[in-house]
Design a protein around this ligand. Structure first.
Ligand code: HPA
Length: 278
């Protein structure tokens, strides 16, 4: 897996796990991945310790400037949490095992619930930039799978169940909280593509026909690994662009970041409300 130090993948995970456990003896049982443009959600955390990814053995470091990289330990309104401030993507050239190593490590450190956030483009014509969608289910169109290869039985089963990957009880908690806080919340299907290019109009038409509401370039590998380890998952997608074939506009990274920033306050409010119930 890694010819430089010739460690097996489980050994790489074990090394990073030991490093983090030495830093944080009392490990939180909830983790959050802060997606593209949502890094400012870190401001809702009362930070205790921040560890750059580059200091954690075997952690992948993002090659994209808009994705910062550090692990943040702290609490949100008294609930202990660890945040992945930034993530790496398949399109950077990392394989599915590298992309998901942080989730494996957090799983080994004992997290029970993973909250995922991401940026996505909407094919559903009812959705608008800046809207928030809770992911009900996903379609993996990446052609990659972090569970390929020999199964490490200590982590989970060979054939993990995917009948309810985004736990229906957790989605219900989010719907109730959104309603209580008067935050509009869609619930729909996320399809993952590798990227890095945005899709063509013909591809958006196909993805919509498949039943997907939004498309993005992350989340699915991490969720597959979390479910393999029996970690509960709840995931929010922030719509950063409208992918309607008839009216498609060119999109820049600045547009994506601006739309994500617009949705951040509502997503923060929602997270603060649901966190104690997860
Ligand atoms: N396609 C894929 N990924 C994305 C998009 C998109 O339109 N918008 C934000 N992430």
């Amino acid at each position: 897996m890694n010819s430089k130090n010739a460690l097996s993948y489980p050994e790489m995970v074990a090394q990073a796990t030991a490093y983090l456990q030495a830093i944080q003896a009392d490990f939180p049982d909830k983790a959050i991945i802060l997606g593209t443009g949502l890094g400012n959600l870190v401001s809702m955390i009362d930070v205790e310790v921040e560890v750059p990814f580059s200091e954690i053995p075997n952690f992948p470091v993002s090659t994209v400037e808009s994705h910062e990289g550090s692990l943040v330990f702290g609490s949100i309104k008294g609930t202990p949490i660890v945040a992945l401030h930034g993530r790496v993507h398949l399109y950077e050239g990392y394989d599915a095992n590298q992309v998901t190593l942080p989730v494996r490590v957090l799983g080994e450190c004992g997290i029970k619930t993973l909250i995922v956030s991401n940026a996505s483009g909407a094919m559903n014509p009812e959705y608008r930039s800046g809207d928030i969608m809770i992911i009900e289910d996903h379609i993996n169109l990446t052609g990659r799978n972090p569970l390929e290869g020999p199964n490490h039985d200590a982590w989970g089963p060979r054939f993990p169940d995917m009948s309810d990957p985004y736990a229906s009880e957790l989605r219900k908690i989010a719907r109730v909280a959104a309603n209580d806080c008067s935050i509009p919340l869609h619930e729909g299907i996320y399809v993952a593509c590798v990227g890095p290019n945005l899709e063509t109009r013909a591809e958006y038409t196909m993805l919509r026909l498949m039943g997907a509401d939004v498309v993005g370039m992350s989340t699915v590998p991490e969720v597959l690994v979390a479910r393999h380890m029996d970690i509960n998952v709840i995931a929010f997608s922030v719509v950063t662009d409208e992918c309607f074939p008839e009216t498609l506009q060119p999109l820049s990274l600045e547009d994506v970041l601006a739309a994500a920033a617009k949705a951040s306050p509502a997503l923060s409010t929602l997270l603060i409300h649901i966190l104690p119930q997860l």
